[in-house]
Design a protein. Structure first.
Length: 349
């Protein structure tokens, strides 16, 4: 059924479709009977998939990645689709419109998306009350970044502001320093600025008396040497984990024509083209850290088999985004059901 519906949706502008779908999901959730039916259709009840990580009880390992609900406006409607957790954002201190449209494109031949959204969101201060008011019992991660017009030398202050705004609202934080769509942002992945950023956030976190997990989201385009630096920094600053990976700026191996790609313009690619590299990064970090760094894997996950590949590579949790667009609202339930059928059980320690 969804594949037929997808054919219709794919005839229209991707960003307009996204807004339309979110509005319809929120409307459906607001109607008690439809909300009940959504729970019946999509709820995941698989106790064998539950695990405790960072002191948080995750009912299942399938999360919705940041970028889908940028301003935390659809948490409850998305929560009833079976996700074990939802990551909102990327949120910046101040509201911003993002890059000029069009800025989101489908690559159906590659089962991929290309975006240069530019952190369009309503701001962290605006999102915090909505997150607190959520009705569904769902774990929320806050993905945070800098405003586009904030000079790089003041980027740290933006992350501090986001932390302050969201600390009481979210269950964990993810620092986004790896989007290719905010000028200069990826330079924060370099050793010196990244160490300074993480140390400062950890200082603020510990000062609360009840520190929350802080994770770092990294790009798939890092070299092994850069990954080694990331591993050292994560262990040195004692943050809680890594999200691997963000979108790629690589255009290698795509079936979409060069002409079409040129017409789309710059941006990060997600979905199937990043699947292999994302798994490589997960495996590399897991092996080089001797399994001491918890990893949330994201990149090219469409099926239970894709999820199991990431989990076997060393991930503790997985997230979907592009897979959600291509596979539809049953993706979390289908992945969880498939993992159980394949005998997967998470490490409960």
């Amino acid at each position: 059924m969804y594949k037929l519906f997808r054919k219709i949706l794919f005839k229209f502008d991707p960003e307009k479709v996204h807004v339309w779908v979110m509005n319809r999901l929120n409307l459906a959730y607001s109607i008690p009977l439809l909300r009940y039916l959504m729970h019946v259709r999509y709820d995941v009840d698989e106790p064998s998939l539950s695990q405790t990580l960072w002191g948080i009880d995750f009912p299942n390992p399938v999360g919705l990645a940041a970028g889908f609900d940028k301003s935390a406006t659809g948490i409850d409607a998305l929560a009833v689709l079976g996700f074990g957790f939802i990551e909102v954002g990327t949120l910046t201190p101040r509201s911003q419109t993002g890059n000029p449209k069009p800025r989101l494109f489908r690559l159906p031949e590659d089962k991929a998306l290309l975006n240069r959204m530019g952190f369009n969101n309503r701001g962290a201060a605006s999102a915090a009350p909505r997150i607190k008011r959520r009705k569904e019992k769902i774990i929320i991660g806050g993905n945070i970044g800098k405003n586009k017009d904030t000079p790089m030398e003041l980027a740290l202050h933006d992350y501090e502001l986001c932390f302050d705004h969201l600390y009481k609202a979210v269950d964990y934080f993810v620092l986004n320093v790896s989007s290719p769509n905010t000028p200069g942002l990826r330079s924060l992945q370099e050793k010196e600025p990244l160490t300074k950023l993480l140390n400062r956030l950890q200082e603020m976190n510990n000062a609360t008396g009840k520190p929350k997990p802080i994770l770092l989201k990294i790009a798939p385009d890092l070299t092994d040497g850069q990954l080694d630096d990331i591993i050292d920094i994560v262990q040195e600053t004692r943050i809680h984990g890594i999200v691997a990976t963000n979108t790629t700026i690589s255009r290698d191996g795509l079936y979409t024509s060069t002409k079409s790609l040129k017409k789309m313009g710059p941006g990060g690619i997600s979905g199937l083209p990043v699947k292999e590299r994302s798994t490589e990064v997960v495996r590399y970090i897991h092996q080089r850290s001797h399994g001491r760094i918890p990893i949330i894997a994201v990149g090219g996950i469409f099926t239970a088999e894709d999820a199991l590949e990431k989990l076997n590579a060393g991930a503790s949790l997985i997230q979907v985004y592009t897979g959600f667009i291509y596979e539809g609202p049953s993706i979390a339930r289908n992945i969880c059901k498939g993992l159980v059928e394949m005998g997967y059980t998470p490490n409960k320690n």
